[in-house]
Design a protein around this ligand. Structure first.
Ligand code: HEM
Length: 459
């Protein structure tokens, strides 16, 4: 069964946002220089994508790519100890093991912790009238509390939740070019974590090969940014998909004990709206592409998740959870958490568990409705109407609210597109000037300084 959501919002028919997005894409490509290959492409299909991604020489993470300066800039402070950006080696292994320790846990307890955290934010939403929210903003404090509990094994105080939420929001807004970085906002979380780490409050062994300031940055980057941002984005995507496909939503809500269908909904959401647009690697040896062509060492390979996820499916651009009735996520072109052979996401087990718990908690209390557009990057933070269960809104009022969401989304899309172009350009230029990754790798390993915020020029 294929569900029919509302028509793509006005954004798809207005020329300005599309032109802006295309121009922005070209600017970002330029940052990287010329030795870039994006896979899959017209010549090298999904099989080459899989082979190259899993190749042992596709293992460089940061050194040697212009793109790294941009990611390090966005992720600071401490991008040099962020697990995603560490080069392979002992430090990487040490950090990856610490992340695994923090994400490990009993499935039922993790699900219950997620449901509790989401319940706390939902308690703040009125249950006697319809509310218009942005789903990402609504759930981010819940995931901040959840991540805090993973690290400190105690309930999260509001002050810490607010610091984590402010930091994660700042990083994701900068990454999406909807806002500039605010280094001082980020520094407030660093200062808080520094005190807690120094006091020995972290309830896990931290990476021993890192100094105390580096351990703080590791926690800040991986547990209090990536974990919070990814779970918030994924929750916003799946809830928005349900809000736009009401019969899918009814089926999920009507079968609270059937995890199978909800798993299909999650798989389909992450297939169509993967959180990573592109993951990149720098090659450290030659990789054959076909009989005649070899990709030389030092190339930057961009693995396009949306392009790969669109291959091998019938009607790939249609949201159809039922396609997973006959497909196995293992055999299909489906890698929402990366590829097993090359640094997959350490939260591949935890994330679906806690996302299911979060979705159940929301649907238990509210019906969702949205006429906003749904794109992979969701820069609008997923506008949605929350209708308390048991409330029967007057149809005319509901129609008016739905029309408002659609029109506002269309208008915002245009203004946001221009804003993203301007802010994106400012940040690209600033990152090029600061060259955080390039400067770090130019120094001999013994003398390397932690990468600072590069304060000052971006506000
Ligand atoms: C639905 C939620 C999530 C999705 C879809 C997701 C997706 C991904 C993907 C596709 C990668 C691999 C990218 C590549 O090949 O470079 C990745 C890596 C990573 N993810 Fe996640 N992620 C999610 C949640 C999380 C959470 C909760 C954490 C918690 C810490 C996390 C931490 C990381 C880290 C540290 C890496 C880098 C792995 C490495 O290089 O060793 N992710 N994630």
């Amino acid at each position: 069964m294929v569900s029919s959501g509302p028509k793509q919002a006005t954004a798809d028919t207005w020329w300005l946002p599309r032109g802006v997005v295309a121009l922005r894409g070209r600017i970002f490509e330029k940052v990287n220089g010329d030795r870039t290959l994006t896979l899959p492409n017209a010549r090298y299909g999904p099989e080459v994508f899989e082979r190259v991604y899993a190749h042992p020489a596709a293992n460089g993470r940061s050194a040697g790519a212009g793109l790294s300066d941009l990611f390090w800039y966005w992720l600071s402070p401490g991008p040099e100890v962020h697990q995603e950006h560490l080069e392979p080696g002992e430090r990487y292994e040490d950090v990856a093991a610490a992340t695994r320790r923090m994400l490990a846990g009993n499935s039922a307890e993790l699900s219950a912790a997620a449901a509790r955290a989401v319940a706390r934010v939902l308690d703040t939403v009125p249950d006697t009238r319809i509310s218009l929210v942005r789903l990402r903003d609504l759930v981010m404090p819940a995931w901040a509390e959840f991540a805090y509990e993973l690290v400190f094994r105690e309930p999260c105080p509001p002050h810490a939740r607010d610091l984590i939420t402010a930091h994660s929001t700042d990083v994701i807004n900068a990454l999406k070019c909807t806002g500039l970085r605010h280094p001082r906002r980020r520094a407030r979380l660093t200062a808080y974590l520094r005190e807690r780490v120094a006091a020995g409050d972290v309830r896990h062994e931290l990476p021993a090969s890192l100094s105390l300031p580096e351990q703080v940055h590791f926690l800040q980057g991986t547990m209090f940014n990536t974990a919070v941002v990814q779970l918030s984005e994924a929750t916003a995507h799946v809830l928005l998909a349900l809000a736009r496909h009401r019969e899918v939503q009814r089926r999920v809500a009507g079968s609270p004990d059937d995890d199978r269908y909800l798993t299909h909904v999650l798989d389909e959401t992450m297939r169509l709206y993967p959180l990573f647009g592109i993951a990149h690697r720098i090659t450290t040896g030659d990789i054959p592409l076909d009989e005649d062509t070899t990709l030389p060492a030092g190339s930057v390979v961009c693995f396009s998740y949306p392009a790969y996820h669109a291959t091998g499916y019938d009607r790939p651009d249609v949201f159809d959870p039922d396609r997973w009735d006959t497909l196995s996520a293992k055999d299909a072109h489906h890698i929402p958490f990366g590829v097993a052979a090359n640094r997959p996401c350490p939260a591949w087990r935890l994330s679906p568990l806690v996302l299911r718990a979060a979705v159940r908690e929301v649907l238990r209390r509210f019906e969702l409705d949205s006429t906003a557009s749904h794109t992979r990057s969701n820069p609008h933070r997923a506008p949605c109407l929350l209708i308390p269960r048991g409330l029967s809104p007057e149809p005319r009022r509901l129609d008016a609210l739905r029309a408002f969401v659609r029109v506002r989304d269309g208008v915002e899309d245009v203004t946001r597109g221009v804003r993203q172009l301007v802010l994106g350009t400012v940040m690209v230029l600033h990152a090029r000037r600061l060259r955080p990754a390039a400067r770090y790798f130019e120094e001999p390993p013994a003398g390397r300084c932690p990468v600072a915020h590069g304060n000052g020029g971006n506000r």
